[in-house]
Design a protein around this ligand. Structure first.
Ligand code: PLP
Length: 422
């Protein structure tokens, strides 16, 4: 990995040899005022639109126009089982079995529904452990669950914190917390890849540790799904949730994914909120009688889902299915390593990379701290045609995604950063 070279020629050569190079052309790349491609580094925030998405969505509009309600059965992709067309590809992306995965609702909503089932506090075991720099929505969600069950949202929340002047979390600290408070903790809920630092946690290690202490363990994989090979089944986690509009390129506010481990698939005693879509498919439309729980992750659905949004997800998942998450992560590691190599050449006194340097502890995002920088640096980058993400006080997040970013993108980004810093 250390045989990276500087210079544009090297970047172009890497692009020529890139097995996935043709996929860039399968996405709409946003353009500047001159019609040139912008350097899009925010696939971690909103993934780009596959060119096939329009066709997939139009198919459903067309079937709705011509078939009306009959589209539930007669559409080219019948709407009644439409969510099932997504399951297998989605399960592969997150390393799960099909029975463990469903696409439904939105991310924070799914997190709450998972806590209805997997946050079952008692008088003595009621605390929730999260990482100290969790995504705000996750923090708000777990705090509100504590309040909902009558607990104090400060006293009931345990934070896994980095050491002073550090950003990354370490497992020894987590072990210490569990040693001291393990029997008070009902749920461990961690962002599988931290949105801010890009740190990709060892999900299996955290799960084993949590289970050893009798805690339930869940992950928010919004920054992991489509970015790293999550292996959710093997992690043993009780549940996981993620959105599809970041690395999964399924459109703003699109539906979210949900994983519930196989060992809970047939447990009808697990508390949950239900609706007609969690009811046995065979008898759902009898509209009478006793509730009959669907097994597996599907049994957590409530409503008949929005097909237009699912069509956009299907367009994207078909691309993922074609390439496979393994090839994507392989390119991702090369591209991110190259990005790191170029940044380091700018001088480690000016640039500090917060994200772990170990390729197995990160995805494609690098969070960059620039000495004495303020938001004007981000604004200048934007003017120079780089779409990146700024976070106060001094961090720029860039995510070169393997699907549509090139080595040339990364080269140009660093050249522009260099010019601005001069
Ligand atoms: C993006 C993101 C969210 C956003 O939640 P929505 O319900 O989709 O608005 C929440 N949590 C994490 C960790 C995220 O990365």
């Amino acid at each position: 990995m250390s045989d990276y070279k500087s210079g544009l020629e090297y970047a172009l050569e890497q692009d020529r040899n890139d097995e996935l190079k043709l996929y860039r052309n399968q996405f709409h790349i946003p353009k500047d005022a001159h019609g040139d491609d912008l350097i899009y580094m925010t696939g971690n925030s909103l993934g780009l639109q596959p060119k096939t998405t329009k066709t997939y969505v139009n198919q459903e509009l067309e079937d709705w126009a011509t078939l009306g309600v009959e589209g539930h059965f007669e559409a080219k992709n019948p709407w009644l089982p439409y969510h099932e067309f997504l399951t297998e590809s989605m399960a592969k992306i997150v390393g799960a079995k099909p029975i463990e995965v469903v696409v439904m609702n939105t991310l924070t909503a799914n997190l709450h529904f998972m806590m209805v089932s997997f946050y079952q506090p008692t008088k003595t075991r009621y605390k929730i452990l999260i990482e100290s720099d969790a995504f705000p929505s996750d923090k708000y969600a777990v705090e509100s669950q504590l309040r909902h069950h009558g607990f104090d949202d400060k006293e009931g929340l345990i934070l896994w914190k980095p050491h002073n002047d550090e950003e990354l979390l370490n497992y020894e600290d987590l072990e210490l917390i569990l040693k001291e408070h393990g029997d008070e903790i009902a749920l461990i809920m961690i962002g599988g890849v931290n949105y801010y630092t890009g740190q990709y946690f060892d999900l299996k290690r955290i799960t084993e540790l949590g289970h050893k202490h009798g805690c339930k363990v869940g992950f928010d994989c919004a920054h992991g799904a489509g970015n790293v090979a999550l292996n959710l089944h093997d992690s043993g986690a009780d549940f996981a949730v993620w959105c599809t509009y970041k690395y999964l390129n399924s459109g703003p506010g699109s539906l979210a994914g949900c994983f519930i481990h196989e060992r809970h698939a047939y447990n009808k005693n697990l508390n949950r909120f239900t609706g007609w879509w969690s009811h046995n498919k065979e008898t759902r439309f009898n509209m009478r009688g006793e509730f009959d729980q669907l097994p597996g992750a599907e049994g957590w659905q409530l409503s008949n889902p929005p097909i237009l949004s699912m069509a956009a997800i299907k367009a994207s998942l078909d691309l993922f299915h074609e390439v496979g998450i393994e090839k994507l992560t392989e390119k991702s590691k090369k591209l991110t390593g190259y990005f790191e190599f170029l940044l380091k050449q700018l001088g480690e006194d000016i640039i500090r990379i917060i994200t772990p340097s170990n390729p197995n502890e990160r995805g494609c995002q690098l969070s960059i701290q620039v000495k004495n920088a303020d938001k004007s640096l981000h604004n200048k980058l934007t003017e120079a045609g780089v779409i990146s993400d700024w976070r106060e006080p001094d961090v720029i997040r860039c995510a070169p995604t393997p699907f549509y970013n090139s080595f040339e993108d990364v080269y140009k980004l660093v050249e522009k950063l260099k010019a601005i810093l001069k």
